[in-house]
Design a protein around this ligand. Structure first.
Ligand code: ADP
Length: 275
């Protein structure tokens, strides 16, 4: 059996992309998309000055356009393929959110549900990789849906030839989220995706008035650190709850630009330095 022509096309498209990183979570709502967006802004910031791309493969719940400040944009097609939406010169974004009909005409299509079966979702992800005119990038970050589903299988098989640098797994400290991290780790091991590490998000709250630290979610088993020790995986860091993170996402802006001295920003920077 010869090489799969579709995979070869993907490989050709992505040949100038150095690192392809999957951002995974076992559960929804743990801050995976937030982390993806803020990581992208930080890597593309003037300090690091990397060329960065984000692919939102959460087909049924795309949130990247809103939190990266490009909701309502449309992708354009040229002879070279679809061009991604550029948030800034060195930060390109691709999402199904840009392709839903009339999403910038003031109608209510932004709230229309995308209800697609597996093959259609996989087909769209294939187009994101095969038909998009990706520039040369240092990092291409994949914001995936929670759990392990059709989208994950699609991206892993489409990147079989060109290779995945690794996966970052985002969790919160609660036991119920940590249990699902084990499933993500099992998926990565079975799919032969290297695990770069775990990020514990919403780990405590620092009161902006008194600067006291509260543990909002108390795991019963020692939390993310114990899980990582048990499974031999690095815990890259713990990000506290900070309402300004949510606010930055609502405005589609970089949290690190505005709150650089906060404990949450320091945690972000320490994690980024370890990636
Ligand atoms: P997921 O992608 O895992 O479903 P989101 O990134 O959409 O989760 O985050 C869920 C909510 O939590 C969002 O409202 C986001 O602004 C908020 N959030 C994420 N991380 C933090 C944090 N460290 N501090 C405060 N709010 C956060």
């Amino acid at each position: 059996q010869g090489p799969d022509p579709e995979l070869s096309l993907v490989t050709e498209r992505l040949q100038d992309i150095q690192h392809k990183i999957l951002i995974l979570s076992g559960k929804g709502g743990v801050g995976k998309s937030t982390f993806t967006a803020q990581l992208a802004f930080a890597l593309a910031s003037s300090d690091t000055d990397c060329d960065v791309g984000v692919v939102d493969i959460d087909i049924c719940g795309p949130s990247v356009p809103l939190i990266m400040g490009c909701a309502g944009e449309q992708v354009h097609r040229s002879a070279a393929g679809w061009s991604p939406v550029y948030v800034q010169d060195n930060l390109a974004v691709m999402s199904i959110g840009f392709m839903l009909p009339n999403n910038n005409d003031g109608g209510d299509d932004e709230s229309a549900a995308v209800i697609w079966r597996g093959p259609k979702k996989s087909g769209m992800i294939k187009q994101f990789l095969k038909d998009v005119d990706w520039p040369a990038l240092d990092f291409l970050l994949f914001d995936t849906p929670p759990g392990t589903s059709d989208e994950h299988l699609a991206v892993v098989s489409l990147l079989k030839e060109s290779g995945i640098t690794g996966a970052l797994i985002v969790t919160t400290p609660q036991e119920v989220a940590l249990q699902d991290v084990r499933k993500e780790i099992d998926f990565c091991r079975k799919a032969r995706v290297p695990i770069l590490g775990v990020i514990e998000n919403m780990a405590g709250f620092v009161c902006p008035s008194c600067h006291g630290h509260s543990q909002i979610f108390m795991p019963t088993t020692g939390g993310a650190q114990a899980l990582c020790d048990d499974l031999g995986i690095p815990l890259l860091g713990s990000i506290p709850l900070d309402p300004r993170i949510g606010r930055a996402c609502d405005f589609g802006s970089s949290f690190l630009d505005t709150c650089a001295d906060s404990p949450a920003a320091q945690a972000y920077l320490a994690i980024i330095a370890r990636i």
